[in-house]
Design a protein around this ligand. Structure first.
Ligand code: PMP
Length: 413
């Protein structure tokens, strides 16, 4: 037993050893991967599961009765059970596989929105949203004559809860917000937002893209009606997401797409639909990546024996403390409650230039508007530089980033 394990501390070296992509040189320097909010690297167990699926089990699911089809179906459905437990959903029938958070939100906006919204109804979103939690609502609002209202953002990047309360009204039908902001890292007070929305008679969709890898998510405790996650931000493969939806709502909602699997019976006179979740899973799904996603969730489950959240918070705090010594750096998003994501700007250095200069030192950060242009407008910025820390990052990597930033400000007077 290592000393770290004995003390219930995260053994970061042991975690890093599980991620092949971390061990490479980029521009002659060891890779420092700090773009985890865009996508995380994948542990070897996920990569092995992908290969094993194609080498041994590859078959289409649900329909076949041969051995491979049964194995593939069992593995696919095993991930659904693991997701159910991961989100603490009451039933696996409330877990729908999608391509990602984007598709999960589009599913709700299209299916629920098209069947439920009336002219003049209001959809309330937050000013912190990723475009994927803005545009689907705009599309359905313009189709149905609904109105979009926005919860304002305070200077520290938290939501203006007083304004939220005044914006809620009997006309509010849906409140949609992210559990944590991808651009600023703000953790939103999800429970309070949900309780107030429900009191006003509205439903709530929570975009958990940035929360689920950092926070414990419990959809029953939150009480939300819909919760969305993406596998690729949770150490799993790309192309897989999940929509959790309360069963009575899923029962009422019409299908999102038509095709195989989502039907009970089809005739040329009409079609009856399957029960949730299959009603919303038309066609052959992304079987291999769903199967491998289970390994990513198991990786996270094993981590939670250790206090990996305090490790991530320590990386964030160390970065903020050390970089603040450089007076040309301004942190954007300074609310008290944050996941390990930090935006910043450097005086007289364009964010794209900063990103390229850091890349020259092997450091991967994200630059730009982070698919949150209205939020950038709110801060009168074209974009920021964003460092996002994952469980496999080290304090030494934080030092590397700060040294890189200090090198840039020396280099660009
Ligand atoms: N919401 C947030 C907060 C995000 O960070 C992202 C991904 N950047 C998305 C939604 C969209 O997720 P995906 O691209 O996996 O569909």
């Amino acid at each position: 037993m290592t000393e770290a394990v004995a003390q219930n501390r995260l053994d970061v070296a042991a975690v890093r050893a599980q991620f092949p992509a971390l061990h490479q040189l980029v521009n002659g320097r060891p890779l420092v991967y700090l773009d985890n909010a865009a996508t995380t690297q994948k542990p070897a167990s996920v990569l092995r599961a992908l290969t094993a699926y194609y080498e041994q089990d590859n078959a289409n699911i649900h329909r076949g009765i041969h051995t491979l089809a049964e194995r593939a179906t069992r593995s696919f459905e095993a991930t659904r059970l693991t997701v159910r437990d991961f989100l603490n959903a009451p039933s696996e029938t409330e877990i729908i596989f999608t391509r990602g958070v984007t598709e999960s939100i589009n599913l709700v906006a299209s299916s629920w929105g098209r069947s439920q919204l009336q002219p003049g109804d209001e959809i309330l979103i937050s000013g912190l949203e990723h475009h994927s939690n803005i545009v689907p609502w705009q599309l359905i609002a313009s189709e149905k004559g609904a109105v979009i209202k926005v919860i304002p953002v305070l200077n520290d990047g938290s939501l203006d809860m007083a304004s939220y309360e005044t914006l809620l009204s009997p006309r509010t039908r849906m409140v949609a917000f992210n559990h944590a902001s991808n651009a600023l890292g703000t953790i939103n007070p999800a429970k309070a937002l949900i309780d107030l929305a429900h009191r006003a008679g509205a439903l709530v969709l929570v975009d958990g893209a940035q929360a689920a890898s950092h926070l414990k998510v419990d959809v029953q405790d939150l009480g939300c009606d819909f919760y969305c996650i993406s596998s690729h931000k949770l150490y799993g493969p790309t192309g897989v997401g999940v929509l959790f939806g309360k069963r009575h709502l899923l029962d009422q909602m019409p299908p999102y797409q038509g095709g195989g699997e989502m039907i009970r019976e089809v005739s040329f006179n009409g079609t009856t639909f399957n029960d949730p979740p299959y009603k919303f899973e038309a066609g052959t799904p992304n079987i291999a990546d769903v199967v491998a996603f289970k390994e990513a969730l198991d990786f996270l489950k094993n981590l939670s024996d250790f206090n990996f959240r305090s490790h991530e918070q320590n990386l964030l705090d160390t970065f903020c403390r050390e970089v603040s010594a450089n007076k040309r750096v301004r942190l954007v998003g300074t609310s008290a409650d944050k996941v390990s994501v930090q935006s910043f700007v450097i005086d007289r250095v364009h964010h794209f230039d900063a990103g390229q200069m850091l890349d020259a030192r092997g450091i991967a950060v994200r630059t730009g508007h982070h698919c949150a242009q209205p939020l950038m407008d709110r801060f009168e910025l074209e974009g920021t530089i964003r460092a996002s820390f994952a469980v496999y990052n080290t304090v030494e990597e934080v030092h590397e980033l700060v040294q890189g930033i200090n090198w840039i400000t020396k280099f660009v007077p």
